[in-house]
Design a protein. Structure first.
Length: 186
């Protein structure tokens, strides 16, 4: 079985990269031999579409599972369409994460994206080319907070989903209000 793990470096002793679409490396590991192919992520600096492009790269390698920290909505949809099992919330050294996976200690599949679109673009990845002209950057703008890894208990997961739903509704309400204000200024 072949899996992909997001990594900060090219070897099994590297730390996992918590980002998917903009991780530094993809490590493709054959679990039977522990043979590892490191691929530097060509999408790390992409202006947009990094999640989809990274998901397509991973799918072309024929992996059965992806182990990462977080995955956004576009990458999630693309990976799911390719039939790849998505395991999120993992952290630590790649070798240790692989051992946990093989022992069945990392087994819960992501039921949906764990972060919102463009999550991995922080830390200067955009290189300042946007010049601050994006929608929603005016007064009252609140950047979306990333979702926590899925909780273990079903009741906790239900509450987390309700909280996330409420946050998304509030964000949508703010967007709709801004659209209405801009339309009345025409």
């Amino acid at each position: 079985m072949k899996v992909c793990i997001t990594s900060t470096g090219p070897g099994l002793d590297s730390e996992m990269d918590p980002r998917f679409g903009r991780c530094q490396y993809f490590l493709f590991v054959d679990l039977e031999t522990l043979g590892c192919e490191a691929v530097e992520n060509p999408n790390i600096g992409a202006a947009g579409g990094a999640g989809i492009q990274s998901a397509q790269l991973v799918a072309k390698k024929g992996v059965e599972a992806l182990i990462t920290g977080q995955v956004g909505p576009n990458a999630f949809t693309t990976l799911q369409a390719a039939g790849i099992k998505i395991l999120t919330g993992a952290s630590g050294k790649v070798r240790e994460v692989l051992e946990k996976y093989q022992k069945g200690q990392i087994s819960s599949s992501a039921q949906g994206p764990t972060v919102q679109a463009h999550f991995g673009m922080g830390k200067g990845g955009g290189m300042g080319r946007g010049m601050g002209r994006g929608m929603g950057m005016g007064r009252g703008f609140q950047p979306p907070s990333p979702s926590p890894p899925p909780p273990a208990a079903p009741q906790e997961e239900l509450q987390a989903l309700k909280d996330q739903s409420r946050q998304l509704k509030e964000q949508l309400d703010r967007i709709m209000e801004k659209i209405e204000r801009l339309e009345t200024k025409k």
